[in-house]
Ligand binder design. Sequence first.
Ligand SMILES: Cc1ncc(COP(=O)(O)O)c(C=O)c1O
Length: 401
Amino acid sequence: MSENKRYNAELDGASFETLAVRAGQIRTDEHEHGEAMFLTSSYVFGSAQEAAAIFGGDEPGNVYTRYTNPTVRNFEQRLAALEGAEQCVATASGMSAIFSTILALLSPGDHIVSSRSIFGSTNVMFQKYVSKLGITVDYVSLTDVNEWEAAIKDNTKLFFLESPSNPMNEVGDLSALVKLAKSKNILVAVDNCFCTPALQQPLKYGVDVVIHSATKYIDGQGRCLGGAVLGCSELMEEVVGVLRSVGPTMSPFNAWVMLKGLETLNIRMKAHSEKALELAHWLKQQPAVLSVNYAGLEEHPQHELAIAQQKLFGGVLAFEVKGGQEAAWKVIDSTRMLSITANLGDAKTTITHPATTTHCRVAPEDRAKAGISDGLVRIACGLEDIEDIKRDLSFGLSRIS
Ligand SMILES: Cc1ncc(COP(=O)(O)O)c(C=O)c1O
């Protein structure tokens, strides 16, 4: 490239919105404006000697897309800039991000203290697969720091939590949990899927590892699966090692889609949050609704904490209807526009019945402890007009009140 021409953006001191659009892009000699997509599984070398040097780590360069790809790196650097992380490792899905973190940072004999209010598949992963590694897990209330303290054992290596939680919208006190963990040399991992860095940056609170299901808001339009793990380079190099030898890698195509998703993340999260807040207030007034779980409501037990920790309250809320599962299914089946699907973070509003979908593999007593009743319905507010969302929900709500 010509030395006195600037082809790449200089981003020193740039704000979140600017980094979301520009961070991580390195233009090729073609001087493309949009980010290039490198759909290649391997890379060629100029000579056998160069191949040996790059393979051996004596010279920088790409070897194989299972562990390095320029488009995936572009996505990783952009997300790292937004979370304020030293390093990001992209993965094939949110679940593989969680599993890679555990494989990388824990050993047989270690113990995890986890919030009880976690995504259903994470729960199954812990109980069925992480247990096979000789790692044990105990569950506590996300919101009661005393329970976390009481659950610590000599071999506790990790605190694991989602905040806000899926689907109940409980909020964990990141500062308090980090303080407790640091005093016992325990790592803290936060699944930041519901907030994304647009609303919450857990590393600023001293959290060690941030995990994402990029499938959700980072993509933002329900197209691709993806995940990410972020933190300091020392920890992330261990996660890179898992990718290299185990292979739960993000595809370059998905990385490109996620990269473009990051460009609109901030304005989308604002719109999702505004619509969810309005919907929560409206749902509260419906006679068929017993309760609404949304941290944006003043009566939510962690409302003040959510204000302090998050920029806005996010796009997901849950509400309980009178009449248990039959009534909840009636509300869902009476909609004509909302998508009946378990995904969230999409431009299209989604509606689901957690007890029989996302959390169906969680034991009924554990579901009850997490507050997921049979009458609970989860909404992930999309970007449609809020009046259309309300009208669609009112068809079913009027039939059960
Ligand atoms: C909070 C949370 N974490 C992790 C996951 C898993 O992500 P993925 O579907 O990308 O594997 C989900 C999926 O719904 C989720 O809601």
